[in-house]
Design a protein around this ligand. Structure first.
Ligand SMILES: NC(=O)C1=CN([C@@H]2O[C@H](COP(=O)(O)OP(=O)(O)OC[C@H]3O[C@@H](n4cnc5c(N)ncnc54)[C@H](O)[C@@H]3O)[C@@H](O)[C@H]2O)C=CC1
Ligand SMILES: O=C(O)CCC(=O)C(=O)O
Length: 530
């Protein structure tokens, strides 16, 4: 059945066409996102949800969406999506990180000019026939200090435009290196320094706990008198009432505000003040940017729903369309190894190490590790998948580590999952052959070569004569058919293991009978999704 996507915000028609061309059914209901109740009613029918900023994807929406596999944001900011809730449900959240960057940077620059020359007020006054030439005295931009807070994609473009306008650009961003700053032709400074020196301040950070209220009364008091402030990033970065007070007092000479604490903003302490220029979250609103993000989000979502390729996901490593078919057998293998370890472990897991030897070590190991952890946790949480697994492992205090090394044995490569609990360390290794099927090659340090079956009995026993006969007799007496049998041991008379393939699962009574046998230390029924 074709996957189904709901587009619940206004998106360019390009997106709808791309979904259709790629074999995805699509419902384009651009006003639905604003109707919370209706969204809750219908979301259960969809595999994908494509949005902009109007649709709020809360935990409630996610809980009402058992079939949802991907949320695609046609834009950058994903503060309207509850990402932890989506991750817990195994739903990928993706955005389009570059499609509207230039457009938004240009909006910030436009705001800077509009504020410097009071364009909107001058326009309104002139069109009202007032000709107030003396009222609208502006300031030059050339030679002024532009302080850019957040020098990522958009901030960097604004910085370079500032340099082009012959401004002195200074930037604050904890992740900005001296090299990158030099490349942009700007000076890297601390925030206090930026506040103290800038004539214009422009914000380009996401809204996080660290950036919320980054401009409040206290910060404004440290700024140059007559500073002008631009916010085309997110409402909540500025305390609007503090900025309004500072504009009234003359400490701040003007502000260009595209984003608000509450949106849609129908009232704000900034409304009606002299030299405040407001736009209704128009940063990304150009034909070009909307075409870019619509095209990109539809391509990305369809690629995931149809081919399993993952790009620009915020809660899952990327997997390209070329990579997906090569990775798939190893994803399956990693999941099976994790599942084997998870099913055999009955006490809390402290740590998991995933070793990549040879070929799989050259692949996307973040995705493979996510699959191994998903397999491991499946014994406890049925709904876990590659998206939710890393978060769930973290929530459970499981330390996950990856080791990669060159090919060291007869196989082109293999994966080994080792788990550590308070009581023991246990490992299982496997590989895939050219048929793409997973094989176990080592269990608890004992070499063996075994296929993976749907129902498998695992026994650990002492290597003494008669054990296999005893097990075989018990199966015969109970009338249970054995489909296949694999054995391995470390040393003569040491530890041995058996993996027995069955057509159906064994009962607990029968397992207890096996466990009652003298030489058998462990008998466990394992089920695999094959
Ligand atoms: N008004 C609009 O329509 C639009 C607004 N935006 C918003 O613009 C913002 C920036 O977008 P991009 O540049 O694409 O993001 P980005 O992720 O490329 O850059 C953000 C930068 O902020 C920096 N940062 C994080 N915490 C910081 C802190 N405490 N202090 C200083 N810098 C910090 C990061 O290191 C990063 O370099 C986002 O919030 C996004 O939602 C994006 C597009 C359109
Ligand atoms: O979709 C829009 O108009 C807003 C864009 C935006 O805020 C973003 O991409 O973060």
């Amino acid at each position: 059945m074709a996957p189904r996507v709901l587009v619940s915000d206004k998106l360019s028609p390009t997106a709808v066409q791309i979904f259709k061309d790629k074999g995805v059914e699509v419902d384009y209901l651009p006003d639905l996102g604003k109707d919370k109740e209706k969204l809750l009613e219908v979301i259960g029918q969809y595999d994908g949800l494509a949005i902009r900023s109007a649709t709020k994807v809360t935990e409630k929406v996610i809980d009402a969406a058992p079939n949802l596999r991907v949320i695609g944001r046609a834009g950058i900011g994903v503060d309207n999506v509850d990402i932890p809730a989506a991750s817990r449900k195994g739903i990928i959240v993706m955005n389009t990180p570059f499609g509207n960057s230039i457009t938004t940077a240009e909006h910030a620059v436009a705001m800077m000019f509009a504020v410097a020359r009071q364009m909107p007020a001058a326009d309104a006054s002139t069109q009202a026939g007032k000709w107030e030439k003396n009222r609208f005295m502006g300031v030059e931009i050339t030679g002024k200090v532009l302080g850019v807070i957040g020098c990522g994609n958009i901030g960097s473009i604004v910085a370079s435009r500032g340099v082009g306008l012959r401004m002195k650009v200074i930037g604050f961003d904890p992740f900005l290196s001296e090299e990158r700053a030099a490349q942009l032709g700007i000076e890297k400074v601390e925030l206090e320094d930026l506040f103290r020196r800038a004539d214009f301040i422009t914000l380009h950070t996401p809204l996080t706990d660290k950036t919320r209220n980054i401009i409040d009364a206290k910060a404004i008091a440290t700024m140059k008198r007559g500073v002008r402030i631009i916010n085309c990033a997110r409402g909540g970065l500025i305390v609007e009432k503090d900025l309004a007070e500072a504009i009234k007092s003359g400490q701040v000479a003007g502000a260009g505000i595209d984003v608000f604490e509450v949106e849609p903003a129908t009232e704000s302490p900034l409304f009606g003040l002299d030299n405040v220029v407001c736009t209704p979250h128009l940063g990304a609103s150009t034909t070009e940017a909307q075409e870019n993000v619509a095209l990109q989000v539809a391509e990305q979502m369809a690629d995931y729903l149809v081919n399993g390729a993952v790009s620009n996901a915020l809660n899952m490593p990327s997997i390209t369309a070329e990579e997906a078919p090569i990775l798939t057998p190893y994803v399956k293998l990693a999941e099976i190894l994790g599942s084997f370890a998870g099913q055999l472990t009955e006490e809390p897991i402290d740590a998991v190490e995933i070793l990549y030897d040879g070929a799989p070590g050259t692949m996307n190991t973040r995705a493979l590790s996510a699959a191994a952890i998903a397999g491991l946790l499946k014994a406890q949480v049925q709904t876990v998948n590659m998206v939710s697994a890393p978060l769930m492992a973290k929530e459970r205090g499981i330390a996950v580590s990856e080791v990669r090394r060159d090919k060291s044995g007869v196989f082109d490569g293999y994966i080994k999952v080792t788990i550590t609990t308070k009581k023991q360390t246990r490992s299982v290794a496997g590989t895939t052959f050219s048929d793409g099927k997973p094989r176990f090659i080592q269990i608890k340090g004992i070499n063996m070569e075994a296929d993976v079956g749907r129902y498998m009995l695992y026994t650990a026993n002492k290597d003494v004569p008669g054990v296999i006969g005893q097990i075989g007799t018990a199966f015969g007496k109970a009338g249970i058919n054995i489909a296949n049998f694999h054995l391995g041991r470390d040393d003569k008379g040491g530890s041995a293991i058996a993996v027995i393939y069955l057509d159906e699962p064994l009962t607990e009574e029968f397992l207890d009978e096996l466990r009652g046998m003298n030489a058998i230390g462990q008998a466990k029924m394992l089920t695999f999704d094959v």
